[in-house]
Design a protein around this ligand. Sequence first.
Ligand code: SDX
Length: 429
Amino acid sequence: MSEIAKLELNGKLYELPIIEGSENEKGIDISKLRSTTNGYITIDPGFKNTGSTKSGITYLDGENGILRYRGYPIEQLAEKASFLEVSFLIIYGDLPTKTELDSFKESITNHTLVHEDMKQFFEAYPAKAHPMGVLASMVCSLSTFYPESLDHNRTPEAKDLTIHRLIAKLPTLAAWSYKNAMRHPFMYPNNNFDYCENFLHMMFAMPTSEYKTDSTIVSALNKLLILHADHEQNCSTSTVRIVGSSHANLYASVSAGISALWGPLHGGANQAVIEMLNQIADDGGDVDKWVAKAKDKNDTFRLMGFGHRVYKNFDPRATIIKKACDDVLNKLGVKDPLLEIAKKLEKVALEDEYFKARNLYPNVDFYSGIIYKAINIPTEMFTVMFALGRLPGWIAQWKEMIQNDEPIGRPRQIYNGKNHRDYIPVEKR
Ligand code: SDX
């Protein structure tokens, strides 16, 4: 017999069904609460205790630091798979066969170009335009070049074409947003390169000099993109799902996700971590002073890259990235004083009662910027890199929401404003 929760309200007893997931997570189903209790709703700012959906894409266990995409541990995928292979897994539900992977790669490769008219959009931006603002606009603008993507009822094949176009074009748009900021000539995609190489080529090649592929850098980028590929119902993914729930097209939904990711409490944290480490370095490297500031309630300073809504233990991605930091910097012969400061900061914080009592550990953003910096990605592009990695997750979550025919997202509220009052003419106020 399935479990039930009992709720007593005004002397009446209500029974609420309990749903259980495939990893024994349990939720109280309140979908009929308001109608059965004559108007009661629940309230949960930030949705800290509220599930928005049932999903089969990503499982994470915050207490035990477990993260799996479609059942596969990220430790194995990060070590053995390619980013496009993981993208296929996350979007379509299983690892691709060789034939499926080759066909997926070919489709992505054949759609890397963006419409020439889009170059004018880039040229209209000021050089100091933050690439996340450019990228969010460009992705939404793709819907104007592919109006068929607005048809909610188009065939699965047509939906796949929209998905493949977006996966193929995002690196091009991302690299061009950087080139535009540098006022450098745009580099076109080269179909001889794989996904990560092509992005690095478009970022760093010039018409006068080729980008020399470095396997260490390509492998580090591949691993970083895989580690960012999905993370269940985080802020930006929930944004993509709720925008998509109005039957807005995929480009508009992902554009909204890019905007949500930009915030320094979310994906923007990787840029904020490097800015914080530079600030500490410029201030003489006294990590104890900055840890004290992070604990001081009267100080707005927070330890960026620390803490997480779900992980109350190590973020497994941070563990992998921290190790990759040492490997990549050693292989590239890069010595970055910020890495030493980051390690000192982590050590001091993890031994401090304030952080221990709140289960605050380094998250995915704490070390990722060190690697991006070592492979010459500029700081303002760090959150763009996060978006590149998160794209397959956003797509998969949007696709799942559409396939499940979920209702439009529309939360309720408790009104706490003025009660009824009549209009008073201005001369009498
Ligand atoms: C990502 O959700 C996801 O899955 C996100 C993500 C993904 O893959 O999509 O994992 C990516 O966004 C990672 C998080 C990146 N953000 C940062 O690194 C910014 C710094 N971290 C915080 O702002 C904070 O930890 C959050 C936003 C990540 C989580 O915030 P919560 O869950 O709302 O927790 P909270 O703000 O209520 O903090 C609880 C307590 C508070 O202290 P008290 O009021 O209990 O005294 O912990 C303190 C906070 O002040 N706290 C911190 C802190 N983070 C939380 N204190 C100092 N430094 C910090 N970083």
